[in-house]
Design a protein around this ligand. Structure first.
Ligand SMILES: [Fe+2]
Ligand SMILES: [Fe+2]
Length: 218
């Protein structure tokens, strides 16, 4: 199996996980006290963590193409954070009073932070995590559409999603470039699968503890 074939196969495997995640995220009737504001506050934490992980990795990543991809991502995710703050302000929630770090970093953040090599980083952080973001954000857009919040839906559709798509696609291209042998393939597969597992666990905890579903990714 060459790198192209491997990434196409991994894509299929990841897609199954993502579809399951999408079904879980959009499952059942949304609870009555679920609001766009509450979900956007969850999104702030995801955006901050995505930006910070890319920043941590950028410093000690050797490949120039990956380093620069991470640099762009740092900026994109911080830009999403600001755009979500602006929308929260419009909705009447004072975003300046929110610090997503107060509830601590997520188990996914800790897992990603500790990855040291380029292949697991690209497989987990860009390919899988950004794939998750695309699926989650689509569930959130559907929810916004269903309650008539066109402005939030438009923010996600025309500003945030194109960037997440770019991050995900770049992850795929970088994997094709970097995966050279069976060991690389197994590292990539393991990192992508673990990322999806952790995202599922976090989503399930959020649903059970706080009744949160349909939350956007990053
Ligand atoms: Fe992203
Ligand atoms: Fe983002």
């Amino acid at each position: 199996m060459n790198a192209e074939e491997f990434v196409a196969k991994l894509d299929g495997e990841v897609r199954e996980g993502l579809e399951r995640l999408g079904r879980l995220s959009g499952a059942g009737e949304p609870p009555g006290d679920l609001t766009v504001d509450r979900l956007l506050v969850v999104a702030l934490k995801n955006e901050l963590e995505a930006s910070e992980i890319a920043a941590i990795w950028m410093a000690d990543t050797q490949g120039l193409d990956v380093k620069l991809a991470l640099g762009r991502q740092v900026g994109d995710e911080a830009k999403h954070y600001r755009a979500i703050c602006d929308r929260l302000d419009e909705l009447g929630t004072d975003a300046a009073k929110i610090d997503p770090r107060q509830s601590g970093y997520s188990p996914l953040f800790t897992y990603l932070r500790d990855l040291k090599n380029t292949i697991p980083r690209v497989a987990a952080g860009q390919f899988a995590r950004e794939g998750i973001a695309l699926v989650r954000n689509q569930c959130f857009i559907d929810y916004c559409d269903s309650i008539g919040d066109d402005r939030t839906a438009a923010l996600y559709r025309s500003v945030i999603q194109p960037d997440e798509q770019h991050h995900h696609e770049l992850g795929r291209k970088l994997l094709v470039r970097y995966v050279k042998n069976l060991k690389d393939q197994s590292e990539a597969r393991q990192a992508a699968n673990r990322t999806i597992e952790l995202a599922e666990e976090i989503q399930e905890v959020a649903r059970l503890k706080a009744g949160i579903s349909r939350a956007p990714g990053c």
